[in-house]
Design a protein around this ligand. Structure first.
Ligand code: SF4
Ligand code: SF4
Length: 436
């Protein structure tokens, strides 16, 4: 029988987002436990592969969470287009008499606000979380990790897709802490000499140019794109240049708002007004910045909607940062009413992929077993929301895969970290490096 302590001890964090410690969520009382198998980031397929390979673990993890939170209902949200590929999961779900919600193939179905609405017809209050409407949402990989936690198996591995300009786009299970360089090599290496990397996806992921960074518990995959790809060139522009261009070129057509998924769901997000704010003095800015606060940074306005190729998402990021820095509270509209065009304005994933110019990389990334065995791994002590873990090992110590190496600081919110390979601790600072 699983307990919240099992989940805490195993270092389980949300795999689909910022890494919220799962033991805290699991200690709440809700009426619906929802599995997020939507996986809507273009080119990433790791959740699909996981649901295909470990359907029993996903269903078992969801049932455990259902028991812990007292949920009367458990629902798995997955895309209808994956029906055949995940037939095994469907069978387990049916046998366990859980709910199945088939999602359309649009972006961003994996956004918690959208998923909760699609699967339950409940609208999360502005600035709220699923718990506010009695729902707990977990990515399918987090559920697999909960299942493992019940057997005292800590989180030491990660499903990731390696996609884009690599010889053999693939999905792997790798030790947490493996370098991007190792996983790119496992996918046959890059097909171009000069490239950049989108970590956890093109739309919502981080953009980096180094490959010695480690795969963390929250990394969904990496997308390699050539340096001369327009998405890379766009990301190389600094914030100042983005906003300067936006100030002079935005014609206030409002397409960014009209296609914003959060706006269509009924929230008062209006990126075109945030863009208008770029032209105003600091005094006026606070007013315009309000329309950014409920933005989920999905990137659709910037990478799909804007006909001028401007940066409304980045303007929203800046507005949110400015509000935080000035301690300005959000005072927007609290009523949420679905926009009449919500169903009619979904952006199909295929259309988004065409607009992004990544069609040539839109190929299967099948699972390949035991292809990645790193000699050295790096475990950041902060790879979750909350306080960084405190190292409980020192340089020179020998550890075995699964050993505890980072503990939650006393009285703080955080997550434990475990060695993902056996070997010797080479260094301990903001991260722990282990070498075989
Ligand atoms: S879609 Fe582009 S041009 Fe139109 S209002 Fe938004 S940022 Fe301005
Ligand atoms: S990034 Fe743009 S489209 Fe996405 S929620 Fe924010 S404002 Fe809306």
């Amino acid at each position: 029988m699983i307990s919240v302590d099992h989940i805490r001890n195993a270092g389980v964090v949300g795999c689909g987002g910022a890494g919220f410690p799962t033991h805290i969520k699991a200690a709440s009382r809700v009426d619906i436990a929802l599995a997020n198998g939507a996986e809507c980031e273009p080119l990433l397929h790791k959740d699909q592969e996981l649901m295909r390979r470990e359907p029993d673990a996903v269903v078992s993890g969801l049932q455990m969470l259902q028991a812990l939170t007292g949920s009367g209902q458990a629902i798995v949200g997955v895309k209808l287009k994956h029906q055949e590929r995940i037939a095994g999961l469907v069978e387990y779900v049916t046998r366990a008499a859980l709910g199945l919600h088939w999602l359309g193939d649009f972006y961003p179905t994996g956004d918690e606000y959208i998923l909760v609405y699609e699967a339950t017809k409940r609208l999360i209050p502005p600035q709220g979380i699923p718990l506010d409407v009695g729902v707990i949402v977990n990515n399918v990989e987090t559920l697999r990790n909960i299942h493992n936690a019940s057997k005292n198996i800590p989180v030491t591995t990660k499903y990731i897709t390696v996609a884009g300009a690599v010889k053999n786009p693939s999905t792997f299970v790798v030790p947490v802490g493996t370098s991007f360089a190792d996983v790119i090599n496992a996918a046959g290496g890059p097909t171009v000499s000069s490239f950049a990397v989108f970590v956890s996806g093109i739309m919502m992921g981080k953009f980096v140019q180094e490959t010695d960074l480690p795969v963390t518990k929250t990394c969904a995959g990496i997308v390699v794109l050539p340096m001369d790809h327009h998405l890379v060139q766009r990301r190389l522009r600094d914030d100042h240049a983005m906003h300067r261009i936006g100030r002079s070129a935005c014609d206030q057509c409002s397409y960014c708002t009209e296609l914003c998924p959060r706006y269509l769901l009924g929230y008062d997000v209006q990126p075109h007004k945030v863009m208008r704010g770029l032209a105003f003095t600091a005094a006026g800015e606070d007013l315009w910045n309000q329309w950014a606060q409920l933005c989920c940074a999905c990137g659709l306005c910037t990478l799909y909607a804007c006909p001028e190729d401007l940066y409304p998402k980045e303007a929203c990021d800046k507005a949110k940062r400015d509000m935080r820095a000035k301690n300005v509270a959000w005072e927007g509209v609290r009523d949420v009413k679905l926009h009449p065009m919500y169903d009619g304005r979904h952006v199909p994933l295929g259309q988004l992929i065409r607009k992004l110019g990544v069609e040539e990389y839109n190929v299967p990334a099948p699972f390949r077993d035991a292809a990645v065995t790193p000699r050295r791994i790096r475990l950041p002590l902060a790879q979750h929301i909350g306080s960084p873990a405190e190292a409980v090992v020192s340089k020179g110590d020998r550890v075995r895969a699964g050993d505890l190496v980072g503990e939650i600081p006393k009285g703080k919110t955080g997550a434990r970290i475990h060695a993902s390979i056996s070997g010797k601790v080479i260094s301990v600072d903001s991260e722990i490096t282990i070498e075989q």
